[in-house]
Design a protein around this ligand. Structure first.
Ligand code: URA
Ligand code: SF4
Length: 190
């Protein structure tokens, strides 16, 4: 199966109750051949309306920070979320919803086969890396998981709320850039 075929299936998904209230499934966006995958928490209002991850204010900040290290969803990375449909009024996602949605993410990971995965924010990191993950302590550290390197960093919305986190977040992006040059330099090939 290709990523496009997976997307087509996902767009019809009714495996959890979030299908009742979503406008669009937010499957993910970027270059399917990229070696770097970012995982957010789940769609907010703007994402639900547009069907694309990280398109609000946080998304604009994310794109800016990515550009500093020559990464772009239009070129050399892929961006997805733990959960593909927006919870009503942005309430926290329930464990049952996360579990129902997880196979879509796992299949995306299998098909894209990234070398590096970056979790954006605490919720993504505790679900994907370690239930005890502490962003303030462990951000920017690469650990190996199933043959891939995984790192957690600050969520763009958290940086907007708390701009003094931005230098630390930017350091993580520079560390990511170095790691990319080391293990998947084709990311930066023209
Ligand atoms: N926050 C997320 O975690 N994901 C999005 O797609 C948008 C905002
Ligand atoms: Fe399906 Fe995930 Fe949307 Fe639930 S959140 S309906 S599991 S795509």
């Amino acid at each position: 199966m290709s990523l496009d075929e997976l997307r087509a299936q996902c767009l019809n998904c009714k495996k959890c109750g979030l299908c009742e209230t979503r406008t669009n499934v937010v499957f993910g966006t970027g270059n399917p051949a990229s070696k770097v995958l970012f995982i957010g928490e789940g769609p907010g209002e703007n994402e639900d309306l547009k069907g694309e991850p990280f398109v609000g204010r946080g998304g604009m900040l994310l794109d800016k920070m990515l550009a500093v290290v020559d990464l772009s969803r239009d070129k050399n990375i892929y961006i997805a979320n733990m959960v593909k449909c927006r919870p009503p009024k942005n309430r926290d996602t329930e464990e049952t919803e996360v579990a129902a949605c997880r196979p879509w993410l796992e299949e995306q990971i299998r098909l894209i086969d990234p070398k590096i995965i970056v979790c954006l924010g605490r919720v993504s990191a505790i679900r994907f890396i370690d239930p005890n993950f502490k962003v303030t302590k462990e951000h920017g550290q690469f650990i190996e998981k199933d043959g891939r390197l995984v790192m957690g960093t600050f969520h763009p919305a958290a940086i907007l709320r708390n701009p003094n986190q931005k230098p630390a977040a930017m350091e993580d992006f520079f560390a990511l850039q170095e790691k990319i040059k080391e293990i998947c330099p084709e990311t930066y090939a023209e």
